[in-house]
Every structure is written in structure tokens, then in C-alpha cells.
Design a protein around this ligand. Structure first.
Ligand code: NDP
Ligand code: GDP
Length: 344
């Protein structure tokens, strides 16, 4: 009989790539989606997997719904990917974010404990928990110092995942994943904001790209590689915590440089801090400027991960490097912009 995987956050970037991967491996995929007037299924549609997933309504704030759903489904594996995942928004909606990202996983773990305690459980933890980093690169033993309500809420969920493993002998794993991107990334995140806006500027559908902290540095990988690591964690004999990262960090400015080159701009940087601009030498137009409205109340300046444990124990390593990732995203957005305004 096919193994059953229950994936929360099925409509998100990682939920879409993970469901494709598990379907290819012969799993029955049960997709837990947030009910609203219409399902946000564009990513699943782009990957061509929508019709192969059994969709069930699911809400991270609603424990009774979790119990009923898990009792009916009895999954072998539970991947908890659902979250309010945008750090900047968490400063505006800290209570909601912590309810969904912190208390939500605690409710879900309780439901797993009651309804399907043998199921293997994956929690989507994050490098944002390292925040104001205490050492570089960060590994599984690096002390945490979250810098946003998102990071704080996720840290609660991380320790709850560890605690359920240690207290109840459950097979729970926490994946401490560094930023991972793709053409299916949400438009608010800096990578997709850069590629989608530059593509639209190229086609004269937009004028200028406005960004915040150009010096922020991230360890960016490709989401398609990272979902493979999630699956590998749940195939181990017991649960554990693993970092998934590339081990290489780049600034926002470097991301813009590679994306603009791929789209045929010839970018020249001028000025610094709030006065920094990017001018396209081909047209002499300013296509990028800094807008302090995009600065955050507290910033995570630098993230770079050491995924040696995942490599040694899971045989996992990323296959897509930074240049390939940026170029893939830029090309995808250029294709989309050619077809019309980019909405997703
Ligand atoms: P997305 O923002 O693309 O997807 C989030 C998913 O969660 C969506 O399907 C969304 O549904 C769903 N969701 C949000 N709120 C609720 C709720 N209250 N109840 C039920 N479902 C809800 O995130 P990613 O795919 O990029 O990330 C997956 C997970 O990994 C997240 O938990 C994220 O925090 C974490 N993570 C991501 C990293 C990254 O770089 N991508 C890095 C480290 C961790 P809807 O479509 O209806 O909005
Ligand atoms: P995060 O690492 O989960 O917060 O992912 P983001 O893609 O949202 O942000 C990555 C980094 O880019 C952060 O340090 C932001 O401060 C920085 N950044 C600079 N300008 C922007 C912007 O306009 N939007 C976003 N989302 N981030 C920006």
C-alpha cells in the first residue's frame, strides 16, 4: 500500500515542490489547505500536480479540525509547512504570527500524539532562529537569538518538536532550513521581488525597483533541493534536527547584480546607504533605488549555514548554485511578464 503523506501549507512554495517529489516516489499525498473563497493553487497548477492530491481543509488556529482530520487520514508522515512565513509582516502582526507559527505546531503535535503517534513528523524550522548570529557559519549547536516575532514563534515550535521527541518517543524532526527560493517563491520575498520587478521593468511594465537593506546577506538555495532533505529526514530510524543550507552567503546587492545581468541590463551602482541607486547604462535610467520603508525594526544581517550533519547522515547536498538559481528565477519571471502582468 502507498505511504500516506499529510502536508500542511500545500499551496505554498515548499508544499508544492514536496508534493511533486512525494507523488513521484509513489506516495498518496493529502494536501492540507487553508479554506477561503478560492484555493490558491497556482503553484500546484504550474507543477502539474493539483489533480493528484487529495485536498482537505485545514487551519493552523483550529485544534479540533486537526484532530478530526488526522483521525480520518491516519498518515504515515506529517510535514508541517504551514506558516505566516513573511518576517516583515510578523512585526505588524506579531500575535497572529506566533499563534500560527508557534502555537499552531504545538496543537498539531498534540493531535499527532493523540491520533497517529507512530507518524513521522517534520517541522519547518528556520535559520531566522539564529537571528543575531552567535557564530559563523551556524550549525545545529549554535545558540539561537531570533530577531523577529516570526523567529521567536518558530523557536517555540522548534523546541516543542524536540520536546515531543524526548518526552513521548515520537519520531519528530526539525529542519533548520536556510532561505530557499524558486520561481514559485512568494512575491514579497526579496529574491522574487527583484526578479519579478526587473523583468517587468525590462518589458516596460514597471519603472523602478525599490528595496530596503542592500547589505543583508543570505545563504540562498533552491527549494527543489531542500524538499528532498525534508523527506530524507523522515526516512531515518529516529527523528533529529538538521540544517539544510548551501554554506555560501550573498548580499541582496549581489542578487540584483546577477538578475539584472541575466535580463540584459548593464547596471552601474552609485551612492551609498539610502542614496544608493542602480543605473542601467544602456538607457541611463535609474532602475533601482533604496526606500527606507523596507527597512525592518530589527535586522538579521548575515546568515550562512553548515549542513555537514545533513550531508553525513542523510547524504544530502544542494545541487543548484547561486548563479543558476538567480538566472532560473529571472528567466521564469521574464517569461511570465511576456505573457502579461505578474500577479503571483
Ligand atoms: P509559503 O509562505 O510559500 O507557504 C505557506 C503556506 O502556509 C501556504 O500554503 C499558506 O496557505 C499556509 N498557511 C498560512 N497560514 C495558515 C493557516 N493559518 N492555516 C493553514 N495554512 C496556512 O512558505 P514556504 O513554502 O516558503 O515555506 C514553508 C515553510 O518553511 C514555512 O513554515 C516557512 O516559515 C518555513 N521556512 C521557509 C523558508 C524559505 O526560505 N522558504 C526558510 C525556512 C523556513 P495560503 O496559500 O492559503 O496562504
Ligand atoms: P527573510 O530572510 O525570511 O526575511 O527573507 P526576505 O526575502 O524577506 O528578506 C531577506 C533580506 O532581504 C532581509 O534582510 C531584508 O531586510 C532584505 N531586504 C532588502 N530589501 C527588501 C525588500 O524590499 N523586501 C524584502 N522582503 N526584503 C528586503
Amino acid at each position: 500500500m502507498a505511504k500516506k503523506a499529510f502536508i500542511t501549507g500545500i499551496t505554498g512554495q515548499d508544499g508544492s515542490y514536496l508534493s511533486k517529489l512525494l507523488l513521484e516516489k509513489g506516495y498518496e499525498v493529502i494536501g492540507a489547505y487553508r479554506r477561503s473563497a478560492s484555493i490558491n493553487s497556482w503553484r500546484l497548477d504550474e507543477l502539474g500536480v493539483t489533480k493528484d492530491i487529495r485536498m482537505v481543509p485545514f487551519e493552523m488556529l483550529e485544534a479540533s479540525n486537526m484532530h478530526r482530520t488526522l483521525r480520518a487520514v491516519k498518515p504515515d508522515e506529517v510535514y508541517n509547512l504551514a506558516a505566516q512565513s513573511f518576517v516583515a509582516l510578523s512585526f505588524e502582526q506579531p500575535i497572529y504570527t506566533c499563534e500560527v507559527d508557534g502555537m499552531g505546531p504545538a496543537k498539531l503535535l498534540e493531535a499527532v500524539r493523540e491520533e497517529c503517534p507512530e507518524a513521522h513528523f517534520y517541522q519547518a524550522s528556520t535559520s531566522e532562529m539564529f537571528g543575531k548570529v552567535q557564530e559563523t557559519p551556524q550549525n545545529e549547536k549554535t545558540p539561537f537569538y531570533p530577531r523577529s516575532p516570526y523567529g521567536v514563534g518558530k523557536l517555540f515550535a522548534h523546541w516543542t518538536t524536540v520536546n515531543y521527541r524526548e518526552s513521548f518517543g515520537m519520531h519528530t524532526s526539525s529542519g533548520l532550513l536556510f532561505n530557499h527560493e524558486s520561481p514559485l517563491r512568494g512575491l514579497e520575498f526579496v529574491t522574487r521581488k527583484i526578479t519579478s520587478t526587473l523583468a517587468q521593468i525590462k518589458l516596460k511594465h514597471a519603472e523602478v525597483l525599490e528595496l530596503g537593506n542592500m547589505d543583508a546577506s543570505r545563504d540562498w538555495g533552491f527549494a527543489g533541493d531542500y524538499v528532498e532533505g525534508m523527506w530524507r529526514m523522515l526516512q531515518q530510524s529516529s527523528g533529529a534536527d538538521y540544517i539544510l543550507s548551501t554554506g555560501i552567503t550573498h548580499t541582496v546587492r549581489e542578487f540584483v547584480t546577477v538578475a539584472s545581468r541575466e535580463l540584459g541590463f548593464d547596471l552601474q551602482w552609485e551612492g551609498s546607504a539610502e542614496k544608493e541607486v542602480g543605473i542601467d547604462r544602456n538607457t541611463n535610467k535609474t532602475i533601482l533605488r533604496v526606500n527606507p520603508a523596507f527597512y525592518r525594526p530589527a535586522e538579521v544581517d548575515l546568515l550562512v549555514g553548515n549542513s555537514g550533519k545533513a550531508n553525513a547522515e542523510l547524504g544530502w547536498k544542494p545541487s543548484t548554485d547561486f548563479e543558476e538559481l538567480v538566472r532560473m528565477m529571472a528567466r521564469a519571471d521574464h517569461d511570465r511578464a511576456t505573457r502579461g502582468p505578474i500577479r503571483n
